[in-house]
Design a binder for this molecule. Structure first.
Ligand code: GRF
Length: 228
């Protein structure tokens, strides 16, 4: 994949779409070698659909309430997605549990972002749960998607300190800022062909197995050192 042939990407959302916006901005600036072919939402009122429209990206609604079962919804979703022939499927706040058939179909080419330092705090309400537990460090994780909910192989994490007086909303804002840095970074690696999910189920970056997730602050330090 070269800069001349950007990787086709489909983004799935359910809500605000601020991570989608970070990808749109990256693609527009030329930093990300991707072409977002479609944004698909299960929620008709998702603000991310407006973001897509503003960027002249096709926005599609596939409302889960119109389907009798999860399996029927996911089959329709596959049909819709595959019409765009994506090389990468990006889950960006897509609030649906996926069927095993769906996950298997996109194995190795589906990424998700989760607002916690996985494996801590899978599932919902991560910020409040981290606060309730008295954590001093929280964050966000990008991972390949597997059948295990929020349990797929980790690629990159950003750590966010919990400040005294934080509530779930203030913490969410600071975590989102970091999400908007790590998701474009991982999408870029994938689109450049540098990041793959190996047959052993472990991610490889530039041929190196990631036994542990990378950390954004370490990357930034390494880049700063390399630039000196
Ligand atoms: C983010 O916190 C993401 O980690 C989680 O859902 C939220 C989506 O936010 N999966 P947005 O729609 O990208 O603004």
């Amino acid at each position: 994949m070269t800069a001349a042939t950007p990787m086709p990407v489909v983004v799935l959302i359910s809500g605000s779409g601020s991570n989608l916006q970070a990808l749109i901005d990256g693609a527009l600036s030329g930093a990300l070698p991707i072409s977002i072919r479609a944004v698909i939402s299960n929620e008709p009122e998702a603000f991310g659909l407006i973001r897509a429209r503003r960027a002249r990206i096709e926005g599609r609604v596939l409302n889960h309430r119109d389907f009798p079962t999860r399996a029927a919804y996911d089959r329709a979703l596959v049909d819709l997605i595959d019409g765009y022939r994506p090389g990468l499927l990006v889950l960006a706040g897509f609030m649906r549990i996926l069927t095993p058939a769906f996950v298997a179909r996109y194995r190795g080419r589906m990424l998700n972002i989760h607002p916690s330092l996985l494996p801590s705090y899978r599932g919902l309400h991560t910020h409040q749960r981290a606060l309730d537990a008295g954590e001093t460090l929280h964050g966000a994780s990008v991972h390949f998607v597997t059948e295990e909910l929020d349990g797929g192989p980790l690629v990159l994490q950003a750590r966010v300190p919990v400040h005294p007086g934080d509530d779930a909303a203030t913490l969410a804002v600071r975590v989102l800022e970091q999400e908007h840095r790590i998701y474009p970074q991982v999408v870029r690696w994938f689109a450049e062909g540098r990041l793959v999910l190996g047959p052993d189920g472990r991610p490889r970056l530039d041929g190196q197995v990631l036994a542990e997730p990378l950390l954004l602050d370490q990357l930034t330090q390494a880049q700063a050192t390399a630039a000196q």
